[in-house]
Design a protein around this ligand. Structure first.
Ligand SMILES: [Zn+2]
Length: 415
């Protein structure tokens, strides 16, 4: 198995090289009919920004499309080189109780994953600093990694303990029970998290600019969104990115703006962005998203059950794993889940892009201000140094929003 891992590693290197070649060679040229229009970055970015956005996007795209296969590489390393089995042996030596074994096993697994994925995380952090996207200090970044580590560790203990208990006791039905248990969890993440958990991390306060708040609330009133306040979040110490959203259920809606957005956009531009977010809210995109993710996770978990079962039968001897419910199979479970979600990402991204386009259409019809719409897209592109016209595979696997070029063209052509 150890020798076979070398082959896997070589595959990864070849993939990396091919990916780099593709991204580096992909043309970022703007279609001729759009050259010189306000959708063309030449007209709103300085030549330095243009250069930086191409350079930054190429490296960032490379790292994002590398990160999932890199994760698979780590899981395969832990499985094929015997580390996962070793962690399980250590856990069994210390405790006879299933729960304690999970706690110990996952500690080693999380630590190993942290160490092995650290290089990629570090490069990403340095890159977003270098190009001015992030302004987070090293101290804050390390603190965030530290909090993430412990948060994910505790979450993993709960999830893995439950799943492996189900595998042990229900054998063939575990995937279905796991899915049933995941429903309240998904509902919590969608509806409660933004209103209850997010304020624990960030500083939410009522919008200071009362004139703007009044305008936003008038807009909300026009489309029957129940809201008494607009909130601003202090994000400028962390990032230069812009964001705004409308969240919540029923009478519990909440309109939120990042302070970075308030600093950089004019009132009219903010109103357009808010109208877009209100579009998502009134067209109930969050419910479609929820329904979609429940269906996908049902199918996904069934496939995980099938694939994991057959791989286990095939490789149990070589990998020295005695039972499917042994914790040593955790990296296999994570590997299959990660691969399936990667495979599903073009579909989920596509649906998301359709929703985004609908929200743009809704917004332009609500505020009827093409100029503010286009200039807000221009500013969003500048702030994120984003590629207005990304290579096809990047859009296919990564873009939850239509590229800015398409969004600006759509607004311009809207009657
Ligand atoms: Zn949107």
């Amino acid at each position: 198995m150890k020798k076979k891992f070398i082959i896997v590693f070589l595959f990864f290197i070849v993939y990396g090289l091919a990916l780099w070649g593709y991204l580096y060679g992909a043309s970022a040229e703007i279609p001729r009919e759009l050259q010189g229009t306000s959708a063309d970055p030449q007209t709103f970015m300085t030549s330095k920004e243009l250069l930086l956005s191409e350079e930054y996007s190429t490296i960032r795209n490379f790292l994002s499309l590398l990160s999932a296969p890199y994760e698979w590489l780590i899981m395969l390393f832990l499985l094929m080189c015997g580390w996962s089995r070793t962690f399980n042996v250590w856990a069994k030596k210390i405790s006879k109780r299933n729960f304690m074994q999970t706690v110990i096993y996952l500690f080693w697994l999380s630590l190993a994953t942290l160490i092995l994925s650290a290089p990629l995380q570090w490069v990403r952090y340095k890159l977003s600093l270098k190009y001015g996207i992030s302004v987070q200090s090293l101290h804050d970044w390390i603190k965030e990694q530290f909090i993430d580590f412990w948060f994910n560790y505790v979450l993993m203990i709960i999830i893995i303990h439950v799943i492996y208990m189900l595998i042990r006791y229900t054998k063939k039905r575990w995937w279905f029970y796991t899915w049933v248990l995941s429903i309240p969890f998904t509902l919590f993440l969608t509806f409660i998290q933004p209103v209850v958990i997010a304020p624990l991390y960030d500083d939410f306060s009522p919008l200071q600019n009362k004139q703007l708040e009044e305008k936003i609330l008038q807009l909300a009133d026009k489309v029957n969104i129940p809201a008494d306040h607009v909130y601003e979040v202090n994000k400028s110490e962390e990032t230069n990115a812009l964001n705004a959203y409308v969240t919540g259920i029923g009478s519990n809606s909440r309109i939120v703006l990042w302070d970075t957005t308030l600093e950089r956009l004019t009132d009219d531009e903010i109103l357009f962005i808010m109208a877009h977010e209100m579009g998502h809210y009134t067209m109930k995109h969050v419910y479609y998203g929820l329904l979609g993710s429940l269906v996908l996770s049902l199918v996904g978990l069934y496939l995980v059950h099938k694939i994991m079962g057959s791989l286990y039968v095939r490789y149990k001897k070589k990998a020295g794993i005695s039972s499917l419910s042994s914790l040593a199979t955790v990296p296999l479970l994570l590997l299959i889940i990660s691969m399936l979600s990667f495979a599903a990402s073009p579909l989920t991204n596509y649906v998301s892009r359709v929703h985004e386009k609908k929200a743009d259409e809704y917004a332009i019809e609500l505020v009827e201000d093409k100029e503010a719409a286009v200039s807000s897209f221009q500013k969003l592109s500048k702030a994120g140094l984003s590629q207005v016209n990304p290579p096809y595979l990047v859009k296919f696997f990564q873009y939850t929003h239509p590229p800015m070029l398409e969004r600006m063209q759509y607004i311009q052509q809207h009657k």
